[in-house]
Design a binder for this molecule. Sequence first.
Ligand SMILES: Cc1cc2nc3c(=O)[nH]c(=O)nc-3n(C[C@H](O)[C@H](O)[C@H](O)COP(=O)(O)OP(=O)(O)OC[C@H]3O[C@@H](n4cnc5c(N)ncnc54)[C@H](O)[C@@H]3O)c2cc1C
Length: 507
Amino acid sequence: MAVKNVNVLLAGGGIMSSTLGVLLRQLDPLLTITMVEKLDDVAEESTSGWNNAGTGHAAYCELNYTPETADGGIDASKAFAINESFERTLQFWSYLIHQQALPEPTSFINATPHLSFVWGEKNVSFLRKRFAAIGEHHMFAGMEYSEDPAVLREWMPLVMDGRDPAQPVAGTRVKHGTDVNFGSLSRSMVGYLQNSDNFDLLLKHSIHGLEKQSDGKWRVSVRESGSFASKHIIADFVFLGAGGAALQLLQASGIAESVGYGGFPVSGQWLVCKKPEIVSQHLAKVYGKASIGAPPMSVPHLDTRIIDGEKALLFGPFAGFTTKFLKRGSFMDLFASIRPANLWPMLKVGMSSFDLIRYLITEVMQSHADRMNALREYFPNAKDEDWTLATAGQRVQIIKKDPQKGGKLEFGTEVISAADGSLAALLGASPGASVTVTAMLQVLEKCFPEKMASAEWKAKLKEMIPSYGRSLTNDAELLKQIRQDTLSTLGLIDTGETMQAPEAAVV
Ligand SMILES: Cc1cc2nc3c(=O)[nH]c(=O)nc-3n(C[C@H](O)[C@H](O)[C@H](O)COP(=O)(O)OP(=O)(O)OC[C@H]3O[C@@H](n4cnc5c(N)ncnc54)[C@H](O)[C@@H]3O)c2cc1C
């Protein structure tokens, strides 16, 4: 029985669906939107504050975004793309604050300096080159570099105390880095949608089937927890924002574009410290270098977290392996996703990812003492009894066909959409929530091309994201104006403080 007809059905209540919902609500207040979430609240999977690292990825501190090239140079293209993408996200959040569509910014975002920290001659030389490659660009204005242990101690005392004074060390710092509680943000966005007309939230409802009707609409089968009876929602457009489970729903849709995609689940764990006397000594996200063979998202970092008013330190992530696609998923998830069309790409990835498999086995075998030793590389005086292990969210990395290798494993995010624009899915997990706005703009561009070209939507987009369609990487003046507004609106600098001139500071 058809429950209802809607214009937009959002599968899942994480940061992706909630952002798309708010973007669409702003662009067209008359659209009827239904969000279907299988858990008893939204933002309880990867988007939950405790399930991810909460780094507003802007490429200030993540060394994997500036890999070394074969000739010893630095490839900074990814760093610029991610920084620009995060600027779009910040603009959208600022707009929502101005509209009073979100509560005070501290409920979801807090200024937390972003630092990179390395030791050993080779790594120091890498960081020096990295700073030379990006530090003077206006996108990275304000980035400081130092090899002086006294300066580094001021920036991150816990990291420097107890360290061998003869060890060569180097760090960079960007003061306007951020810690983001994507869970709180997502709940606020859904709250905003619930206060608007034409929006419906179905909690404890799971989508288990999608069928394309002859009229081009989607017939989506939904089941309430504990019930065997299916309800049906007829939707003009469906967005699969189901996190790790988006792959399964994409496969269920049967669209041609889904063929050949597979998923590789990687789970994560953190060491957590909530002792106020330790937590109060660290205000930063300190990112190091990933070990050889480790996937890019496993770069170790020691982070200040502020989650729902509670301060903590997190160190990790430590990778793990499970066959679940969601933290609260089923052990059958991986097996159920295997299809004749993705079997070969999955096997090829399995056969060629020795470094990754070795890395995962080593990580899984670690004891608390091993994990504490890894922590002590960043916090030499850390004591075992102050830290406990917590389970993070689940990431499902994308496996896809590759004409040369047969199959490849990707660590980014990808929007897959039906040719007629009636359905889109978000696969992958990194850089994840920080690039939500860019990813959801891609969904709109792919699935609503005519509306996106209309004068009405164009004007609204410009209002919400002033840099939309323009390059912040190439326009220093535009970036300066926009950043001044976003940082002050979001409380990331004192309103009296002005951003530094484009030249970067060297300490
Ligand atoms: C360990 C870890 C660290 C991370 N660190 C960062 C970071 O520092 N910065 C950053 O920007 N990003 C980070 N990420 C990535 C980020 O958390 C994710 O990209 C983002 O939260 C994904 O949001 P989502 O809405 O796609 O998925 P989710 O938040 O997982 O939401 C999907 C929702 O869909 C629901 N659902 C699933 N199947 C169904 C169904 N059949 N029917 C109905 N509902 C369904 C789920 O219950 C869930 O609520 C990290 C991720 C992990 C795991």
